[in-house]
Design a protein around this ligand. Structure first.
Ligand code: C5P
Length: 407
């Protein structure tokens, strides 16, 4: 589970988005976290303590003077156990009080006394969000080391449209996991390709493959968790973009190649998980091809698509390139040969098409020193391990470049 053995103090302040904090609480518990909820007085007017108590399985605290805490120091006791304090929704008021270091209720006192990382997920009317006072307070909180998640844009409870919506609970959960992940790729840009491509034959038919995009999306998500700026170039899939990732959606291999080449100069790492069609119809028919009972089935002439990974690896100053290989037989021999042919430092062997569309996978790493199992399990767990390997190799190679020549 993503948050097994993690303790989260979930502080809910008084905005209408407080109802979404109940869903966040449920998701945190489902992800394995121990969740301690603190409500401000005004939050409890929106959602009652009983809801959070039922979802977290723990008593909820609101009062600095709560008699249930034996030493009457609730602000210290509650913060002590937490790995991370999440304030969601965070009103303009709590942002102002936290920025100024006020300590006049349980939550504000706790934020000062905690000495723990804090993530604020702001939610408020767009004018309140854009007000210079709020923006000033945010700048102070950021400078103090707080992480700010959101807000999102869209329709607001007040009827206005704009920035100020609470980030959706699923996305907030992703950002909470990221906040607890070491920033091994901080300052790096990672470009990931994912999914299948679709090569049109005519306006309704095309050639494609069974890639679901799940592995590539997991890699993009894991890179973001590790602090990277992530650019995802995706073929057609049904998946939502991972939170905080910049996605470009394409259809064909040529479009994927164009999108990659347009962005590759920014990237220090390129991870090609996409199942790019090797060939495309040489001609795309303008109208749907009609069948006729007497005519033989048409044959389709194909032409070769660009090899995106090989083209990136052949750039004069290539980023660190990682390829994927899905083989239906002889994985070890084929994958090692593919790594050499594509001239990439790292290739990930994917144990076959039977993993397409599944949540689990089994991966093998191929590098200059041979091959090593990465393990089997959920794609997101394997993606995290892969990102760990990439970060380690990248750090080792930049140490090599930066270290002074031996005398
Ligand atoms: O060439 P092959 O499909 O066997 O190699 C797979 C690896 O190459 C994957 O990393 C895939 O994303 C990448 N690839 C590519 N462009 C292609 C074909 C494959 O980037 N046209």
């Amino acid at each position: 589970m993503d948050l097994q053995d993690r303790s989260i103090l979930l502080a809910v302040t008084g905005g209408v988005a407080a109802y979404k904090a109940a869903e966040l609480c449920r998701l945190l518990v489902k992800a394995g976290a121990q969740v301690q909820v603190v409500l401000t007085e005004s939050a409890s007017r929106f959602v009652g303590a009983a809801t959070f108590q039922a979802l977290s399985g723990k008593p909820v605290f609101t009062d600095l003077w709560d008699a249930r805490v034996p030493n009457t120091m609730a602000h210290i006791e509650l913060a002590r156990a937490a790995d991370l304090i999440v304030v969601a929704p965070a009103t303009a008021h709590i942002l102002a009080r936290a920025a100024q270091g006020l300590a006049d209720d349980l939550l504000s006192t706790l934020l000062l006394a905690a000495g723990k990382p804090v993530l604020f997920a702001p939610a408020m009317n767009r004018e309140m969000w854009l007000h210079p006072a709020t923006q000033r307070n945010l700048a102070i909180l950021r400078a103090d080391g707080a992480r700010i998640c959101g807000p999102a844009s869209g329709e607001q409870a007040c009827g206005e449209v704009g920035e100020g919506r609470l980030v959706e609970p699923d996305d907030l959960l992703q950002d909470i996991i990221a906040a607890l992940t070491p920033n091994s790729l901080e300052g790096r840009t990672v470009l990931v390709t994912a999914g299948p491509t679709f090569e049109p034959i005519d306006p309704v038919r095309g050639l494609t493959n069974r890639s679901s995009g799940k592995m590539g999306y997991a890699v993009a998500r894991a890179a973001r968790e590790a602090g990277a700026h992530v650019l995802l170039v995706s073929g057609p899939t049904a998946l939502a973009a991972p939170f905080g990732v910049e996605r470009t959606v394409v259809e064909t291999a040529q479009q994927m190649a164009d999108a990659v080449m347009a962005q590759i100069a920014q990237a220090q790492v390129f991870i090609a998980t996409a199942a790019v069609a090797d060939w495309r119809p040489a001609q795309v028919l303008a109208q749907k091809q009609k069948k006729s009972p007497d005519a033989p089935p048409p044959s389709i002439a194909l032409q070769t698509n660009p090899d995106i990974l090989a083209a990136v690896a052949a750039l004069p100053q290539p980023p660190y390139c990682v390829g994927f290989a899905a083989e239906s037989e002889n994985l070890i021999a084929h994958a090692a040969a593919k790594r050499a042919r594509k001239n990439v430092p790292l290739l990930v062997g994917n144990l076959g098409p039977e993993t397409f569309g599944q949540d689990d996978n089994r991966l093998e790493l191929f590098d200059a020193s041979g091959h090593h199992p990465l393990g089997s399990g959920r794609k997101i767990e394997l993606a995290r391990k892969l990102i760990g390997e990439v970060a380690r190799r990248l750090a080792a190679s930049s140490n090599l470049i930066q270290s002074p020549p031996r005398t």
